[in-house]
Design a protein around this ligand. Structure first.
Ligand code: ANZ
Length: 862
């Protein structure tokens, strides 16, 4: 027999699955359904990286496991293929993004097939396919109909380098998330989606989802609900009032000045003529800064006085009105009542401009900080004095409402979603402009197909590249025949991924984004696996669209993704550094204290792990160990193609699941791949044998009870672990099985078969090969999962540690049926020579007996 050779096995089974459409899925009311979804990849030019197969193997294990447990499994894949890189490549080389995208998709598809994932390839979707984006446009029309899409001339994050606006979410520290280019503020006409209207529903929906708590919390923070009051401050000698949102109405007696955002609509009206020049200058400068810069806490506060005063409604005091950029235009009302006694930003501002500070909460005696933000009793606050913050808030809101000076109010940090981009490679909007007014196209005009153009370069003015397709832009209104211009912005990359999980359900359906009956059967997604970098944006946007579709009666569930798991990042191979001083090794600790320390890289074969630390082999010199993110510049990128070529897809799959808990960040280890590869070879030899070793399999061998116990232990552990997505320990259980089995004289067929089934979700190619070797002419994919029989697990004997005064002095074995018989077990324990030694000549004060756990004799000498 030949030895385990994945390169001979794997392509064979891959084409078998494809040819036989083994994983084609159809609705079947007679079976329970299981919808297991991967975050579909962006088909980049560099192909799959090892992070992809991590999540994809996890979902594939569940898909395969559920099929074997009688579920009808939907396990699809597709391509999130609009986006910048293909367009930037087009700008550089003139290659149409479609060409690049197609090529990349073909490569990705081949790579995924080479890893043996059990996708239903007849359901593949591609967001750049007009048959797909027709429905993305269609959903946009629904949003428009519902008043959830609107045009706005607004200051946006403009990135000159990328030639596009970016959503707030895509700007980090004033730089673009992609590329890290500077982002400035610039007013432009944009499409915006009213996600804020769904803020409350998006918050509420989180409670019942089986998602990582940290992800839910990130979404909650992003939505950022605060409860407080909106208070009205009349402007002295004016008809105007300024509304201010505050989360601390209890501090109203401490409001010593007000601040308007530079963009606030009243700034012009109320500024007195003496101050006009200064205020205008200040407003102009502030307009150039991003919200982030404006809120930076470390920065010195800037501002300018308007010369006008507001009247504090609760005590009639006149307080000065300032303009300052630490107040944002788009949060709350764009104006604040400033309470320097309780708010640190206000404190800093008051100190800078010498404004009065009144504390309205009593700080503890030893408090020597600036603004006091903690709990305490109200002071300097008339009818609130002596109340706790919560009580004082309530009482103040009642007072405001009774006196027509304000109302209770809820605010969200969430902003409406800036939904247009000045790009070519995106979905065109199904919108025309007639006489300068936007008008949605009728459904019959869909899809609005991207026109061919030669020049993909965005313009420096912000005019989108599509504006250059003049003959496309100029059109007529299909309803009135009037001249019209097409919208030249395109949708952001998030659009296609907002609803792709619905398209998989009925990818060919022509009557809408998804067929109703199929949707009702398959939704919600039972398990969604993908990176935690999508904790907020993709997952929030998709939930938003889903909720709109739910309100339109198009989907039957309120939430799309019932359970969510993030796979942890895979880092590069661990690196080890030893320390030398004057040519001799020193430990990492010693190196800290010395100057002139030389750091030398050492290879993994020269170090050994003891406890949590690594040492130079055979020495006391501890080495430093760490892993870095994989990156081209570090040269530590592992290419899945190479791993498959050398060890096979089953080894790659098995290794990525064996590295550690799925959610954890973990370093790559080539040694680890070799380890699981050896395990697969051993499993192979056990059943098939090879040149050096005869197979253990004996089809005529009778089964011994001990063998059943070992098998059923594996069944129990593997089943349990798959259910709980603890794939690493499931694989350990398979390894333990093989190690135990190799000590037997023979492996009976009735033990070998269930073992191969247990292995199959993890290493499907070798499992199929072994399955056919064991005599089947059918795929293993739909074989019944081995059933656990607890009876085989019952221990025939139980071991008790025997302690004397809390120290273990002996171990005894008692048969399982007598294990709870206290008298019997204690008598057995006393017979032990090593126990007698202690008991002789002592007085037993107490005999402690914990059934099936421990015995302890408490004795007193003499
Ligand atoms: C008075 C006050 C007193 C405040 C106090 C806080 C503490 P969150 O919790 O994030 O919702 N604020 C309101 N609108 C703002 C804007 N457009 N730009 C900057 N700051 C703004 O924050 C709400 C608090 O942030 C509000 O409550 C307001 O300051 C400030 F002891 O009002 B507070």
């Amino acid at each position: 027999m030949s030895s385990y050779d994945p390169s001979a096995i794997e392509p064979k089974w891959q084409s078998y699955w494809l040819k036989n459409k083994t994983f084609k899925t159809r609705k079947d009311e007679g079976k329970p359904k299981y919808y297991v979804l991967d975050m579909f990849p962006y088909p980049s030019g560099s192909g799959l990286h090892v992070g992809h197969p991590e999540g994809y193997t996890a979902t594939d294990i569940l898909a395969r496991y559920k099929r074997m447990n009688g579920f009808n499994v939907l396990h699809p894949i597709g391509w999130d293929a609009f986006g910048l890189p293909a367009e930037q490549y087009a700008v550089k080389t003139g290659t149409h993004p479609r060409t690049t995208t197609e090529k990349n998709i073909n490569r990705f598809r081949e790579q995924l097939q080479m890893l043996g994932f059990s996708y239903d390839w007849d359901r593949e979707v591609n967001t750049t396919d007009p048959d797909y984006y027709k429905w993305t446009q269609w959903i946009f029309l629904k949003l428009y109909d519902k008043g959830l899409a609107y045009e706005e001339e607004a200051p946006v994050n403009w990135c000159p380098e990328l030639g596009t606006v970016l959503a707030n979410e895509e700007v980090i520290d004033g730089k673009s998330e992609v590329g890290g280019f500077p982002v400035i503020r610039k007013p432009m006409r944009q499409w915006v989606l009213k996600i804020t209207e769904y803020a409350e529903k998006l918050l509420e929906g989180l409670d019942d989802l089986e998602w990582p708590e940290s992800t839910k919390e990130m979404q909650r923070n992003w939505i950022g609900r605060s409860i407080g009051a909106e208070i009205e401050f009349p402007v002295a000698d004016h008809d105007e009032t300024i509304k201010a949102f505050t989360t601390r109405p209890d501090t109203l007696f401490g409001a010593t000045y007000m601040v308007l955002a530079p963009e606030h609509h009243l700034v012009r009206d109320i500024t007195v003529s003496d101050q006009r020049k200064d205020v205008e200058e200040y407003v102009q400068k502030a307009g150039l800064k991003s919200d982030l810069e404006r809120q930076e806490e470390s920065k010195k506060k800037t501002g300018v006085f308007t010369g006008a005063y507001a009247i504090n409604p609760v005590n009639g005091k006149e307080i000065p009105i300032w303009v300052a950029d630490y107040v944002l235009a788009h949060y709350g009302t764009g104006a604040i009542m400033a309470v320097p006694g309780q708010d640190q930003r206000d404190w800093e501002f008051a100190k800078t401009f010498d404004l009065p500070i009144i504390r309205t909460v009593q700080p503890p005696e030893d408090f020597d900080g600036e603004a006091y933000v903690g709990e305490g009793k109200a002071i300097n606050s008339d009818f609130l004095n002596g109340l706790d913050i919560t009580e004082a808030k309530e009482k103040m809101i009642k007072w405001l409402e009774a006196n027509g000076a304000g109302t209770k109010s809820v605010n969200y940090k969430l902003r409406d979603w800036l939904f247009s981009r000045q790009r070519y490679w995106g979905e065109p909007f199904p919108v025309i402009h007639v006489d300068g007014e936007p008008k949605p196209l009728p459904e019959s005009e869909l899809p609005v197909v991207l026109p061919e153009i030669d020049d993909y370069q965005p313009t420096k003015t912000g005019e989108p590249p599509l504006a250059k397709a003049e003959s496309w832009v100029k059109t007529t209104d299909p309803e009135t025949g009037k001249d019209a211009l097409r919208e030249t912005n395109t949708m952001p990359q998030w659009a296609g991924s907002c609803w792709y999980y619905l398209r998989y359900i009925s990818p060919e359906f022509n009557g809408g984004p998804v067929e109703k009956g199929e949707e009702k059967y398959w939704m919600p997604v039972d398990l969604y696996v993908g990176g935690s970098e999508h904790s907020v944006l993709h997952l929030l946007y998709a939930r938003f669209w889903h909720k709109v579709l739910y309100d339109c009666g198009l989907v039957s569930t309120k939430e799309p993704f019932q359970k969510l798991v993030h796979q942890g990042m895979i880092l590069g191979e661990m690196e080890y550094v030893a320390f030398k001083h004057n040519g001799a090794h020193v430990s990492a600790e010693k190196a800290e204290e010395l100057d002139d320390v030389e750091r030398v890289k050492v290879s993994q074969s020269d170090v050994e792990k003891r406890g949590e630390n690594f040492y130079l082999k055979g020495t006391e010199f501890q080495v430093e160990s760490r892993a870095h993110k994989m990156s081209k510049s570090r040269g530590n990128v592992i290419n899945p193609d190479d791993v498959v070529e050398q060890y096979g897809a089953d080894s790659l799959r098995l290794y990525e699941m064996f590295m550690g808990p799925l959610e954890q960040v973990k370093p790559w280890s080539t040694k680890g791949v070799e380890g699981v590869n050896r395990f697969l070879s051993r499993a192979w030899r056990m059943i098939v044998g090879d040149q050096d070793e005869a197979a253990l399999l004996d089809k005529d061998a009778k089964v011994a009870p001990e063998q059943l116990k070992v098998l059923h232990e594996a069944i129990k552990k593997v089943t349990d672990d798959i259910e709980n997505m603890r794939f690493n320990t499931a694989i350990s259980a398979l390894m333990i099985f093989v190690n135990e089995a190799r000590q037997w004289d023979a492996l009976p067929l009735s033990i070998a078969k269930p073992f191969v089934k247990l292995l199959s979700p993890f290493a499907p190619h070798v499992a199929e090969e072994l399955w056919s070797y064991l005599g089947s002419d059918q795929t293993i994919a739909y074989e019944a999962w081995p059933e656990l029989n607890e009876e085989y697990l019952i221990e025939d004997s139980i071991s008790y540690p025997v302690q004397v005064n809390g120290k273990v002095r002996a171990n005894i074995e008692v048969s399982a049926d007598k294990a709870k018989d206290k008298e019997f077990v204690i008598a057995e324990a006393k017979k032990q020579e090593n126990i007698q030694k202690y008991l002789d000549g002592s007085t037993i004060i107490k005999e402690i007996f914990v059934p099936e756990r421990i015995i302890n004799f408490v004795i007193k000498p003499g």
